[in-house]
Design a protein around this ligand. Structure first.
Ligand SMILES: [Zn+2]
Length: 60
């Protein structure tokens, strides 16, 4: 199972508990919460789902 499948099946936003959207842009993988307007990093294939690591989508 890859990160995309894992994210879409099991992972939820730590803030609002809604499902996340996986996106890969070049080398960077992120998990987006549309509800919160934030994204979470994926480091070495491991999603970092910590509310304090959430970044605003607008800052990208
Ligand atoms: Zn959220």
């Amino acid at each position: 199972m890859n990160v995309k499948e894992m994210a879409e099946e099991f992972l939820v936003c730590p803030k609002c508990r809604r499902s996340l959207i996986y996106k890969k842009t070049g080398e960077e993988e992120i998990l987006i919460c549309d509800n919160c307007g934030v994204y979470y990093p994926v480091e070495d294939g491991i999603p970092i789902l910590l509310a304090e690591d959430a970044k605003n989508i607008g800052e990208r």
